[in-house]
Design a protein around this ligand. Sequence first.
Ligand code: ADP
Length: 170
Amino acid sequence: MTQIEVVQGDITQLKVDAIVNAANSSLLGGGGVDGAIHRAAGRELLEECRKLGGCETGEAKITKGYNLPAKWVIHTVGPVWEGGNYGEDELLASCYRQSLALAEEYKISAIAFPAISTGVYRFPLERASKIAVSEVNKFLESDRLLKQVIFVCFGQTAYDSYLKAMQEIT
Ligand code: ADP
């Protein structure tokens, strides 16, 4: 059985196989969780990211974790919230699916996600957390390698929202 956990904290501190970065399409760093991950991983992360040639919204790419406790960073680009009629839900779901597919490909057994798109990209938190929980659940129906999925919440509001989504969906 895969363990799904909701924790509050800083994703850069987690010692898991892979942490997911809510990146922007340049993959060259930014604010929020992206800035924190680049600061903690060091310049080598940026150097590897430069070679990737960016990333489309809804897609994901993987790099090493360098100075992070995590071995890998999976960079995914969430949608900017434009009111909900521009495919935002499906694009966010795709971020989770593609990140999980990479995790499977790299035989990752523990992965941590931040609340993708819910910061500067303004995706409503409750809606985003339901998508996150439901995509992870769907994926786990067929995956055999993942042992642990952690939703890392930066603050109480996000934490409450994820717990509610977990109760509603599982
Ligand atoms: P986006 O551009 O995808 O909205 P942000 O980084 O602005 O990305 O925000 C995504 C989420 O990550 C927000 O819920 C924010 O509170 C959270 N966050 C910011 N820093 C960290 C961190 N160090 N660890 C975990 N989550 C974080």
